[in-house]
Design a protein around this ligand. Structure first.
Ligand SMILES: NC(=O)c1ccc[n+]([C@@H]2O[C@H](COP(=O)([O-])OP(=O)(O)OC[C@H]3O[C@@H](n4cnc5c(N)ncnc54)[C@H](OP(=O)(O)O)[C@@H]3O)[C@@H](O)[C@H]2O)c1
Length: 294
């Protein structure tokens, strides 16, 4: 078994041979006998080991999204994601983006840097209607954080479930005109690519806020920038990460972004350790692993 940290190795049950691969340098020893590989978090190059793992039977990702790794796996290798581990951290980041955008925190930070004391009346979050598009782990965690801020949350998922007050994504054209804030937390799939394009943006009211903590592909970024600031955006994920030096997103009016750090915060570490320990216990015991996605 390959795990990402020494702490994970120490927590492994007896009976497994466990080595650490942090994503740096070469992992020790022969890789042909690795049966279970827990990829290090936020190390995209870690997939480069996969072709050499000829005895591989299962892969554990520490990300919720798995669209980039799935096509690289040979048939017969089970893939597991980290659904749930990032809910708190990513929902918290969505809250941070929403509050920062509504209360113009980036502007005050820039003014402080420039030595400017310039007061202004701002928007607020209270009293807003927020569409949470993607009502899974992150979407639900975001709703729980939004409600104490005196907002109305409208739930949207891939299909309607009226008994849970969840709208289907096909209802977006009717919902967008009434939204103050649209927060996206959907996975990257063929159906979510370009989910918010020119048509959807045109349906949003002037000055509405688009937030994205899912995947950059869900927003047609060219269409967003073509809005010229009519729709504001606070994004943790972008079409190109990082954007090229000449990408207009760097300076687009009304747009600010963070560098895909929604899931990467301190609260992830204990959750990840506990989860890996449980997966290794199951692996050693011959039990089914959690979070199998393919
Ligand atoms: N920014 C970050 O650092 C960060 C961190 C973690 C995750 N993420 C991204 O966030 C995504 C969501 O994570 P999660 O754990 O919340 O996933 P999840 O629990 O699987 O929930 C996904 C939600 O999206 C909905 N959905 C899927 N396709 C849709 C569509 N075409 N239209 C509307 N809704 C759709 C699903 O609808 P149903 O309920 O109807 O199935 C579900 O409600 C991940 O896949 C990952 O890409 C980003």
């Amino acid at each position: 078994v390959l795990v990402p940290t020494e702490q994970d190795r120490r927590a492994a049950p007896a009976g497994l041979r466990v080595d650490v691969y942090t994503g740096d340098g070469d992992p020790a020893g022969d890789l042909g006998d690795v049966t279970f590989y827990v990829l290090p978090y936020a190390r995209p190059d870690a997939v480069q080991l996969l072709p050499g793992l000829t005895g591989l039977r299962a892969v554990q990702l520490l990300t919720a999204g798995y669209e980039a790794v799935q096509p690289l796996l040979p048939a017969g290798v089970a893939l597991h994601n980290a659904a749930g581990l990032h809910d708190a951290s990513t929902a918290e980041m969505a809250m941070a983006l929403i509050l920062a955008a509504q209360r113009e925190v980036p502007r005050w930070a820039l003014n402080q840097r420039d030595g400017a004391w310039q007061r202004d009346f701002t928007r607020s979050l209270a009293g807003s209607r927020v569409l949470v598009v993607g009502y899974g782990g992150i979407g639900k965690a975001l709703e729980a954080r939004l409600l104490p801020f005196e907002v109305e949350v409208v739930r949207v998922a891939s299909r309607a479930r009226p008994e849970e007050r969840i709208h289907g994504v096909d209802e977006l054209p009717a919902l967008l005109p009434g939204a103050d804030i649209v927060a996206l937390a959907v996975p990257e799939t063929p159906a979510t690519r370009g989910l918010i394009g020119g048509r959807e943006l045109a349906l949003m009211p002037d000055d509405a806020l688009l937030v994205n903590v899912g995947r950059g592909s869900a927003v047609d970024q060219a269409a967003l920038l073509a809005e010229g600031g009519r729709i504001r955006a606070a994004l943790d994920v972008l079409r190109d990460e990082p954007p090229g030096p000449n990408d207009p997103v760097w300076t687009a009016p009304g747009v600010f972004f963070s560098p895909h750090i929604g899931g990467g915060s301190a609260t992830f570490v204990p959750r990840s350790r506990k989860f890996i320990a449980e997966q290794l216990r199951r692996w050693a015991a011959g039990e089914a692993l959690l979070n199998r996605v393919s």
